[in-house]
Design a protein around this ligand. Structure first.
Ligand code: ME8
Length: 508
């Protein structure tokens, strides 16, 4: 699976963290579930936009990209991301892959030389037709994305995109899960049905890009260059063996809704035209705003993930981003919403459950997991609900429905809290110690199952929770989820400690 490769014109923000986080959770989940995962991310370093940013910073583009690309690696460290490779489009391996793909397209006569005159938005690195534009202030023309466009006239190579419309429509038809969510699929299909024009795939008016083989006047269009990273990452142009043979076609390209057209129209067209396989799925997620406002450097409201993590804690931020909005929808970041989730669901629901259960075991059972008696219907109901979580999460994860998956876990957490209240083990100590032992066995076992399935979302805190249940690190994969790996009565548990602090507002 892949993330977009991010432009290095800017510092990374919460939106970049979000996309890679979604992939990280998927990658961790699949690895725990026994799959061989290749998870690719990186930076998109060529093009006019990056060149302009370098000029504005007064440094040459290579020095500039080295510095900013490092910021994206630092973000990955901060967020505890587990990508297997970080690709930079300025690397030799990538230049080699893109030039090879170009040559294949040339050989198949999918590319021809002509000249381009039309509108271009540097911010989007995209061409626009006259009919798509609106009038902005000062007589400027504006693209549907809100970016300003400029008139461009230059010699250019073109890709015969216009001949791929019907084949793309057939491809979407044959692969109903290729574009997700469904609403986005409909958008793409109607765009393609509207007719495709040939796509300009080279530029001559600036130099920061990969040269077109055999024609040094031209550099490649940055999107052709950038999209190819997905196959560079698996060793293209070697296709017969190695990682390409093993991992391509890729299971999932995760992207934001802003760049769906590039991934669901241009990219499969390039690949099919070159005689290569298209990816299996493109998921376009929604857009974050900050306290209701569009996130933008010019509004001064960019949310720096470093600040968020310092303030609320890493796993709290990871949880919030995937819990707060149905994946695919737009979401709004607000301090209040973050604190509500952090205090209500993490500190109260899950944190308190673990803390009070493990404290009772420490106090009433000599710090050892008690030996349980016969399970009652209430016990079995709760154990069974927790036992179903893995199957439920597998299904949600395969649909990238993160918040649905988390909600299913919270249904069990709430049920477990209800069970603590109704069984009242503190009352049983004198009245019925055997029953208390059973209740204080059932609850840690339920917490074990909850913590196992939450590992991909909150790896550090769940590791600490599993430590407190004295579960061997070798017994934390999903192969050890089932009843056969239930907690062993008599095991001594370490001293319990809270893992989810409450957020307390500072006095102003
Ligand atoms: O488009 N909310 O790079 P980019 C949610 N280099 N996600 C957001 C977001 C927000 N407010 N802001 C950014 C590019 N993103 C190209 C990609 S891929 C071959 C080339 C995320 O740096 C989201 O995933 O502009 C979006 O698609 C991506 O960052 C755009 O990153």
């Amino acid at each position: 699976m892949t993330t977009p490769i991010y432009y290095v014109n800017d510092a990374p923000h919460i939106g970049h963290a979000y996309t890679t986080l979604a992939c990280d959770v998927l990658a961790r989940f699949k690895r725990l579930d026994g799959f061989d995962v290749k998870f690719l991310t990186g930076t998109d370093e060529h093009g006019q936009k990056v060149e302009k940013s370098a000029l504005a910073a007064g440094v040459d583009p290579k020095a500039f990209t080295d510095k900013v690309s490092q910021n994206f690696r630092d973000l990955a460290d901060l967020m505890n991301f587990t990508h297997d490779d970080f690709i930079r489009t300025t690397e030799e391996r990538h230049k080699h892959a893109v030039q090879d793909l170009w040559q294949k397209l040339m050989e198949k006569e999918e590319i021809y030389l002509d000249s381009y005159s039309g509108w271009y938005a540097v911010r989007d690195e995209a061409f626009y037709g006259e009919g798509e534009l609106t009038d902005g202030p000062d007589g400027k023309k504006i693209a549907p994305s809100g970016a300003e466009v400029e008139w461009v006239e230059e010699p250019s190579y073109f890709f015969r995109l216009s001949t791929w419309g019907d084949k793309l429509l057939e491809f979407y038809d044959a692969n109903p899960d290729f574009i997700a969510p469904q609403s986005r699929r409909n958008e793409v299909i109607s765009f393609v049905k509207g007719g495709l024009r040939d796509l300009s795939v080279s530029r001559t008016t600036f130099k920061w890009g990969i040269p077109v083989p055999g024609d040094d006047e031209h550099i490649m269009y940055v999107w052709l260059d950038a999209l190819t990273n997905y196959i560079t990452g698996v060793g293209y142009p070697e296709t017969e063996s190695g990682e390409y043979a093993k991992y391509w076609p890729c299971d999932l390209h995760m992207v934001g809704k802003d760049i769906l057209r590039f991934h669901a129209v241009y990219w499969p067209a390039f690949l099919l035209a070159a005689g290569l396989e298209a990816p299996k799925r493109v998921y376009a997620h929604g857009w974050w705003t900050n306290e209701g406002e569009k996130i933008s450097k010019s509004f001064g409201n960019v949310i720096d993930p470093h600040d968020l993590v310092a303030r609320y804690g890493l796993d709290q931020v990871r949880y919030f981003l995937l819990r707060e909005v149905p994946f695919g929808n737009d979401g709004d970041f607000s301090h209040q919403a973050m604190v509500n989730r952090m205090n209500g669901e993490l500190a109260n629901d899950l944190g308190n459950l673990a803390q009070r259960v493990l404290s009772m075991v420490a106090k009433n059972c000599d710090g050892k997991l008690p030996v349980h008696g016969e399970f009652t219907d209430d016990d079995n109901r709760l154990l069974d609900a927790a036992g179903l979580l893995l199957e439920q999460l597998r299904d949600a994860i395969d649909r990238q429905s993160f918040n649905e998956g988390l909600e299913m876990v919270w249904v069990v957490i709430r049920a477990a809290n209800g069970y603590v209240d109704s069984q009242a083990p503190w009352k049983l100590k004198k009245e019925d110690p055997q029953r208390m032992a059973t209740v204080l066995y059932v609850l840690p076992e339920v917490i074990r199952r909850i913590a196992l399935v939450l590992q991909p979302f909150m790896p550090d805190t769940m590791a600490r929770m599993l430590d407190q249940l004295a579960i061997d690190p070798g017994k934390r994969s999903f192969a050890c989820f089932g009843e056969g790996h239930s907690l062993l009565p008599g095991t001594t548990l370490p001293k319990p400690e809270g893992v989810f602090p409450r957020f307390v507002e500072e006095e102003v």
